[in-house]
Design a protein around this ligand. Sequence first.
Ligand SMILES: [Zn+2]
Length: 416
Amino acid sequence: MRIEADLLIPGRGEPVKDAALVVADGRIAYAGPSAQAPASTGEVVRAPVVMPGLWDCHVHLLGLPRSGGVQLSKAATEPVATRAARCVGDLQAALRAGVTSVRDLCGLGAYLADAVEEGSIAGPAIYAAGALLSPTGGHGDLHDLPPSWVTEFGRDGGEFRQCDGEAECAKATREQLRKGAKVIKLSASGGGLSVRDDPQHQQFTVAEMRTIVEIAGNAERVVAAHCHGKAGIMAALEAGVHTIEHGSCLDEEACAAMRETGAILVPTLTVQENMLARTDLPPWVERKARALADQHRASVSLAHQRGVTIAMGSDIFVSRTPGVGGTWGGNGQEVALLTELGMSPLEAIEAATATAPRTVGPQAPKSGLLAAGYDADFLLLHENPLADPAVLGDPAKIAGVWKAGLRIEGAGTSVA
Ligand SMILES: [Zn+2]
């Protein structure tokens, strides 16, 4: 098949006017000026804009209910089947909104990935971490439950796994690999949704994180580190993690360390906006969110100015509410939020496309770029996101979505 577009945004590099995209066997055969495109038989679809499918590099397929004031402990107290069923709608909404790949950094994604791959449910390709690894009492502990419940939940395959000391960290990492994890997630600092820790405090020691990085590396996996405070960021970089998630407190020294190690920042501005807009948060969650918000924004701006590599992630962690909608499907709003902090629309799109697969290191597919040989994951738009990046957060602006060369049912409206 062939796409004819007024504008082709490749993911990296300059956009091409009057362009064509030729697809064969689930891959891109040609992307470039229409005049030089090889002759093709088959279907022709025309649209104003074509660009690569979006990657959301930080989501949580936890299936938590949106109502009831964000309680992570529901992950351990609600049946897995209920939560997995909620994720089905979340995945479909994301895919129809043009998100063709996600990195699930603590959730049911390792299992849901199989269901997507075999075609039982519609969704983006999932690169899952399995559980969040955390020290006891850390961001991945569920502080409002008895400790033994949480320990058992994590050891039994649940999404929050405590481990202390190098031996337990090694075992917990191997458990995630056994589940099919494509990336490992650890907690280097306190978090906004854990009751009793402080986002400014470091959690795992450098030695513990080094062990996790080593075990993951043996299996050609990279490590994503949740960090807000600077101490956790610096320790995680020293241990060799590949991505810094949130990175709320980056200063000059931390940005220099990120450039030196080549670590990628995944800022997650969407979750911050969504949390601050809610009126049903427990007071301690609201306090933590407000305390970090300005620092987080300043941190992303500085990282961009200092040339730190940035990939797009929303940190959406609750499910849609049927009939009301919600966050899933609005993943692309992160692109516009990144432009508010200094990135150009083209740079923010690169963060959501060509740069994004690098967040899974050696597990990266040939994705995120409209170029010959890459996966035919792309979307068509009615409006130009370079003029208004907010169109990427609005499923109504989508004209069509293709994943592995196949058109997604129910995605996009009226394209000739
Ligand atoms: Zn997260």
